[in-house]
Design a protein around this ligand. Sequence first.
Ligand code: 5AD
Ligand code: SF4
Length: 473
Amino acid sequence: MPENTILGNVTSDVISDQQFEYMRLISQIMQDRKRGDKPVAYIRTYGCQQNVADSERIKGMLEIAGFEFSETVDDADFILFNTCAIREHAEDRVFGNVGALKSLKRKHPQIVIALCGCMEQEHIANKMYKSFPFVSLVFGTHSLHRFPQLLYHTLADGKRVYERDNDDKKVYEGIPVKRDGTFKGWLSIMYGCNNFCTYCIVPYVRGRERSREKSLILDEARQMISAGYKDITLLGQNVNSYGKTLADKPTFAQLLHEIDSIDGDYWLRFMTSHPKDCSKELIDTIANGTHISKHLHLPFQSGSDRILKAMNRHYDRKKYLDIVNYAKEKIDGVSLTSDIIVGFPGETYEDFKETLSLIREVEFTSLFTFIYSPRVGTPAAKMDDPISAEEKSKWFRELLDVQEEIAAKRCASMVNNTEKVLIESETGKNGELSGRTSGNIIVELKGDKSLIGTFQNVKITQARNWILKGELV
Ligand code: 5AD
Ligand code: SF4
């Protein structure tokens, strides 16, 4: 791809050669600064898969700069926290864990401690920069492609580096990736979000929507499939608006279909899909797909039309149920999952009951449930919020109970089925493995660990709440 291609109103650039030169320079500096035989990095990732994918690119750059990776901070020369700002709880955890590094830095002053990610793109960055003088490097999500340069300056100049770049009109290609998994992997197809749901900080910290060029996504998918990836998840804050910033305006359904046409034994998933623009074309593509898993993660957030309006979601309960019913009709055995917020400002128990009734009607496989957390700078944070935290927790537990019942019923209906399962790990119990169905349901079974990373047919023998038990066929 030529450098600086104009893609609608967004430009696509290739990471500059200069950044590779910085990786080489870092590798030289680290020869004198490392504590052990080789420079070691510890990367801790909070939050969503987009952050996990960003950390994999940071690791890709660090690997070229000669780093090995550790699961603990104890022997690390470089410590990075890739932070999440979506809820207060995520932020508190980062504050606690970074604070705990103070004594390590005192003992080994040559260690570089860095913070990046969504918190760094937010007002909170200043607070962190001031609260943690032992943190030498702070950068936001738009500066990832310049990470080698920033780290080089931190190391070479001995000064603290604080970078917040707000340029969200670019997509950077060619950043090296070191994926965490060998058979499950993430593939980013777009960045940013234009939806401005009133509770959500993401559009402020990740900037405007921008899509990667289709041919480059297809190349990366081919590479992953030939490298043996069996479960590939396409990532974007709202994959349904994929293509809008590209010159020829491909739809997400077209992209999905073209990836699905690549030969191989793999599953294709995607997240997240906004109900406002989840098209019938997309559901038909899933229904007719060869590799696309029969799983649709479609966050509805609330079952009450009044609250959906206040959330700025641009769909109502009826529209949501219409899509779900179309998906159930077209995709045999479709597994539906969703995100829900309990206790949005102004939500009443009557509104909450609408959420419960929607859950009962749809019968989701599983849910990601959250209590509303005010985020400074979002419209919802300024709305009246009279319901107490205790009351919201009570509603939340009620929601979990209802979902547990539904998931158990759904799982029980699968007993005696034979399911294709991707074996993922050992459970820790003797000789037991854990895997997932195409619908993303956990299955536990007896088997040898050499099966990890392979597809197996498994007869479901038992359902324990939301976990299935099975036997190799
Ligand atoms: N409070 C609680 N949950 C939130 N989410 C996003 N912002 C907030 C917030 N302020 C949830 C939504 C979204 C998921 C990724 O996180 O349900 O779909
Ligand atoms: Fe946040 Fe809404 Fe964008 Fe999802 S679609 S990232 S909830 S603003």
